[in-house]
Write a protein that binds this ligand. Structure first.
Ligand SMILES: [Zn+2]
Length: 408
């Protein structure tokens, strides 16, 4: 399966993947999914939001166990983020058939559309629509960098954009969703485990910091006469690092815009975007509050005005505890600590700072996630990696979980 997927959407220069929603590369990935489903005699269907499903057993029977992930990528993404979960789903089914497993619940394999949001700027469009977290009107307004709207893009790919919308009936048939994913950090590498279970997706958000000063000549304006917003901005970047370190969280200024943006001009405006994520709400509040109060202090010292706007926020997602404990029981892995606290589970249980379809769906159905070790800790880059042995361990773990949940 890796061999088939390897060339699809791979950029020859960067070596990274560019599998954006509703493009030719996406269509090739989707054709591959359909082929895999049909070659295993599964019932293939596409739902109203363009997510692909492959069913073993009667979808209408209810209480289905579903596994899968996504096949799209970020710009110049790696091979594993998404595809590892989809490939492992098919491989786990093959393993269960090899074991002669007898299914007592319907099983479905899924490829959620447009998970990364690389094209339209919003992540998890397929699962958000299904769960009703994104309205049809909002979805219809999504536009890519070339001015093509989501409806036009779907239409060009052969799908009906007027059909999209919430799908409670479909979610009502699902008893559990388990998403396997390459770890996007080094927790498993550091603990020496191949596979872990997710506890929660950290609360995260984006804040815009506007520092307004006064544009002036870089050569003729004396230092004491300047109101240079770059200076408090620079100090704020350092404060973000300090606050994140103190709280055991992460904080990043990764995007900045400067006006007038001239080499020989003191800026009038420096606008920086803070992305911050932490294990719990209190830590996140501590980081963002600390960064903001430091920024105000620096701005005042430099005679610069500051506005801080929260642009987006996602609260903590706690995965279903009963399902998580069931996975832990089925896998019987060792260790059992989460962020330094004993969880009482005999498994490595990890929080994550990254969003997933499983996080979106956790508000509607019991969901759980398995992580596979990524020795580089890197993701969203061609350096993303999982060793073959670890991928196999992930498949076997997923097969054990599916067998425990869906078989006699
Ligand atoms: Zn992913």
């Amino acid at each position: 399966m890796w061999r088939d997927l390897r060339p699809i959407g791979r950029h020859p220069d960067s070596g990274g993947y560019r599998r954006y929603a509703w493009t030719a590369a996406d269509a090739d990935c989707r054709a591959w999914f359909q082929e895999q489903a049909e070659s295993r005699a599964l019932t293939y269907e596409v739902d109203r939001n363009g997510n692909q499903w492959a069913w073993l057993g009667d979808p209408a029977a209810g209480n289905a166990v579903v596994t899968g992930s996504h096949l799209d990528s970020v710009p110049d993404g790696g091979a594993f983020d998404g595809p590892l979960g989809v490939v492992s789903s098919f491989a786990a089914l093959d393993e269960l058939r090899r074991r002669g497993a007898r299914f007592t619940r319907p099983l479905a394999l899924v490829n959620f559309g447009d998970e990364e949001g690389a094209r339209f700027g919003l992540a998890c469009v397929g699962s958000r629509l299904t769960a009703g977290h994104l309205t049809v009107e909002q979805a219809h307004r999504l536009t890519d960098g070339d001015g093509i709207t989501l409806p036009r893009a779907m239409e060009a790919a052969g799908y009906d954009p007027d059909a999209i919308g919430p799908d409670p009936e479909r979610l009502g048939r699902i008893g559990a969703f388990v998403e396997l994913h390459v770890e996007q950090g080094r927790a498993l590498d550091l603990s020496g485990d191949r596979v872990g279970i997710a506890s929660a997706i950290w609360p995260h958000g984006r804040w815009r910091f506007d520092f307004r000063g006064e544009a002036n000549h870089a050569g003729t304006t004396r230092l004491v006469d300047r109101r240079d917003p770059m200076l408090p901005y620079a100090e704020t970047v350092l404060a973000a690092r300090r606050e994140a370190r103190l709280a055991g969280a992460v904080a990043t200024f990764g995007k900045i815009s400067v006006e007038p943006n001239g080499v020989n001009a003191i800026p009038s405006l420096v606008r920086g975007w803070l992305d911050s994520r932490a294990a719990d709400q209190r830590s996140l509040d501590q980081v963002v509050g600390g960064v903001e109060s430091a920024a105000r202090e620096y701005a005042t010292a430099h005679g610069v005005d500051l506005d801080v706007v929260r642009e987006s926020f996602t609260p903590v997602v706690e995965f279903d505890h009963a399902l998580r404990d069931e996975l832990a029981r089925l896998l019987g892995l060792e260790s059992g600590r989460e962020n330094g606290r004993d969880t009482g589970l005999k498994v490595p249980v990890l929080g994550t700072g990254a969003g997933h379809d499983a996080g979106i769906l956790s508000g509607s159905i019991p969901t759980a996630m398995l992580f596979v070790r990524n020795p580089t800790g890197v993701s969203h880059s061609p350096a993303e990696y999982a060793a073959e042995d670890d991928c196999v361990a992930g498949v076997l773990a997923l097969a054990d979980v599916l067998e425990g949940l869906a078989c006699t």
